[in-house]
Design a protein around this ligand. Structure first.
Ligand code: FMN
Length: 316
């Protein structure tokens, strides 16, 4: 299939294995690339620059195919400058920016011929990143795992295709070949797909997390303010139900003041990251598992290659 995304990256199918904090790893990326799609991995999944460097180099050793790194561009990511330097030096094919202003990333990456795709949830922000020179929009809709957008897939694609010139890559709610086809029919130039790959053999999260993706359904996905300071789609486990999904009274009070709000957000973010890291890899009763409503259609754990073959079966 030929779309703006397949042409830009010279890939077979217009799909990105989406970057997933804690979940993505180099083996998943390598398998995705070998299966004809592309993939991105969050820089934040590596604790040190040496680890990030090693990860990029290990993928490049296995395959020449293009892949990307996801960068959090705002102050919640103290490693941002070094991560940017490293991915430019190692010449990855593209960067996906989330949160914050991507101006510097776009300027520096373009000098090296690296493409920059920006997460957007509305037209206003899409037009801003288009003016800054982004190469594509990742249109994050209200069914996305992780931090969801507000608009449904078709509405967001249509809004962006009508008002922007950039390729639109739809993110959210897709786990089947039928949904891939519908999204492309809506006018998307590609898809960024995350949740379904949690249930892959190559993914190293705990068996409990993978089983939860198989056994819970769309109705069990809730949006919580308690993990990162912004609404986050997680599975409603007994623990999530017990702690509730809304900021508590003290946090709400502190949120009324601009400076305090920032500090509270930082604390929530740090605490949430720790909780999610433990829950992703070990047995704990504090189960906070990030996923989107596309878990509804995920029924088995398969190799990445089988998941991709399934997703692209209607694409030719
Ligand atoms: C477990 C998980 C972790 C995620 N972590 C990140 C992240 O670190 N950075 C990011 O930009 N998006 C992140 N996302 C969002 C994905 O990149 C993508 O937009 C989303 O998975 C698409 O929706 P889907 O899960 O319904 O396929 C995450 C999603 C999931 C499910």
């Amino acid at each position: 299939m030929n779309t703006a995304l397949t042409r830009m990256l010279a890939i077979e199918y217009p799909i990105i294995m989406a970057p997933m904090f804690l979940v993505s790893n180099t083996n998943m990326v390598i398998e995705a690339l070998k299966s004809g799609i592309t993939a991105a991995i969050p820089a934040l999944n590596f604790k040190t620059d040496a680890e990030l460097r090693q990860a990029i180099e290990s993928i490049q050793k296995e395959t020449q195919k293009p892949f990307g790194i996801n960068l959090i561009v705002n102050k919640s990511n103290p490693g941002y400058q070094q991560q940017l330097k490293t991915l430019i030096e190692l010449n990855v094919a593209f960067v996906i920016t989330s949160l914050g202003n991507p101006k510097e990333v776009i300027e520096k990456c373009h000098k090296q011929g690296i493409k920059v795709f920006c997460d957007v949830v509305d037209l206003d922000y899409a037009q801003k990143v288009e003016a800054l020179g982004a190469d594509a929009l990742i249109a994050v809709n209200n069914k996305a795992g992780g931090h969801p957008g507000k608009l449904d897939s078709a509405t967001l694609i249509n809004l962006l295709k009508t008002n922007c010139k950039l390729p639109v890559i739809s993110a959210g709610g897709v786990a089947t070949a039928g949904e891939v086809a519908i999204t492309l029919q809506c006018g998307a130039d590609g898809l960024s797909i995350g949740t379904v790959f949690i249930a892959s053999n190559e993914c190293r999260v705990s068996d409990e997390y993978k089983q939860a993706v198989l056994t819970y359904g769309a109705a069990d996905i809730v949006s919580t303010d308690k993990m990162s300071g912004s609404p986050l789609h997680v599975i409603k486990t007994p623990y999530v139900e017990a702690i509730g999904t809304k900021a508590n009274v003290l946090e709400r009070l502190l949120n009324r003041h601009k400076w305090l709000k920032k500090q509270v957000k930082k604390i929530i973010f740090k605490r949430g990251m720790r909780t999610m890291e433990k829950a992703a890899f070990s047995a704990t009763y504090r189960n906070v598992w990030v996923a989107g409503p596309s878990i509804e259609n995920i029924k088995s754990i398969r190799p990445v290659s089988a998941i991709v073959a399934d997703l692209v079966q209607n694409i030719n």
